[in-house]
Each structure stands twice: as C-alpha cells, then as structure tokens.
Design a protein around this ligand. Sequence first.
Ligand code: PGA
Length: 250
Amino acid sequence: MRRPMVAGNWKMNGIQAEAAALVSRIEQGLGEVRRAELVVCPPFVLIPVVAEWLSGSRIAWGAQNLSAHKSGAYTGEISGTMLRDFGCSHVIVGHSERRALYAESDMAVAEKFRAAQNVGLVPILCVGETLAEREANETEVVVARQLDAVVGMAGIAAMDNAVIAYEPVWAIGTGKTATPEQAQSVHAFIRARLAQLNATVAERLRILYGGSVKAANAQQLFRQSDIDGGLIGGASLDAQEFLAICRAAG
Ligand code: PGA
C-alpha cells in the first residue's frame, strides 16, 4: 500500500507573519490526519520561518524550485545544498509555471531533478499537458516526453526517491478540476509507462494529482486507484481547507 501524500505549493504568497500563522493553524488541526505524509513548500525566504515552526512536527517542508548547479556565479539562484541546510526534504521541479513563464525545458527540469537527488532532496516532479495539447489528443505524448526526459537522465531507479505530480495546466488555479476519471487515466498511463522499465519501482511510486484540488473534490480524486494524494496550490493557503484535503487523503 502506497502511503498517501499531500503537498502544499504556496507559490509566491505570504510574508513571515502569515506563514507562521498558517503553519501553526495546520499543526493544530493535524490530529485527524491519519496516515498521509504532509509537506509544505513556501517561497524560499519563508523557509526559515516555516522550519522554525515545524521542526519536530510531522509536517515536512520543501522548496518550489532549485538551481541545477551546486554553487557559483548564478546570481539570484538557490542550490539544493542551501535548501538542505534549512531542513528541506522535498523540492518541486518542473512546475508548469516554471516551464511556461521561465522557459524551463524538459532537459533543464531533468537536470534539476538530478541536482535535487544528488543532495538528498526528494523531487516532486510535475508533468502535465496544456488545454491545446489535450484538445489535440496529445496528453499522453506530452506527459511521456516530460517523463522520459527525466528517466532518461536519472534512470528508473531514481524514481524510488521521487514523487510525481500530474498537473494538467488547464486545471491549475482555474477552478476547473480534471474529473476523477480523466486524472486516473493519466495516472495509470504514467505508472504503466514506468512499469515497462521497472514494475516494482512503478508500483511503489506516489503519483499526486494537482489542479484546483479543494476539500469538496479531494475525496473523489483520492479514491482513484492510481491517485496517491495531491499537490495543492490555492487551497494550501487556507489551513482549514488544506487540513480537510489532508483528511481526505487518509
Ligand atoms: P491549484 O495549483 O491547486 O491552485 O490549482 C496547483 C499547483 O499549481 O500546484
């Protein structure tokens, strides 16, 4: 049985006082969350605040991005080693906003995935198609290409220390959630594709769904056999909503 996971992607939101208030409210309501592994991913500068509040708690924390480089002349960048130094255990790589707004290619995402694992961070690798790609029946082609770039560089065994998040771009922040059937079908596709390389690794891998997950739709999504939890954007900024999603994950 795969352990469910819920990760919060705060995106570029919050200042110190808000971050502290949010994590302390989440902490207080954790009692009813049974098995799920929980992670919050605040903006870089809020990581120390979150780390202080969450150290010793069952909630882990991570970042939303990292540099593919170890150190050096990369103005404005943050390395995996720096994230580890602040207690991060996870890092989101290849979020569609990074791919679309910061031109991160499949190769760049694969480099970041490897850089994360090199320092012991668990990458949460995001994949997903745009609306145009879905309408052109290219969902599986796009998701396969995004996956293959990473597996080609890091190897299938690397997926044992990773999490995948399927996030259809058209569902992110739009209020338009994929139906449980639509999501399940892509999750099953991802697992089957990786199973061709290593069935055991594919079976163990957690595949999260992301895109307008809320308390009201979480249970239906998480009930699907290949959906192992969620990557939550907007709803992760509201403690009660986030906790309800965590409870739905189990
Ligand atoms: P959303 O974002 O839940 O606000 O749609 C999900 C994400 O971008 O990870």
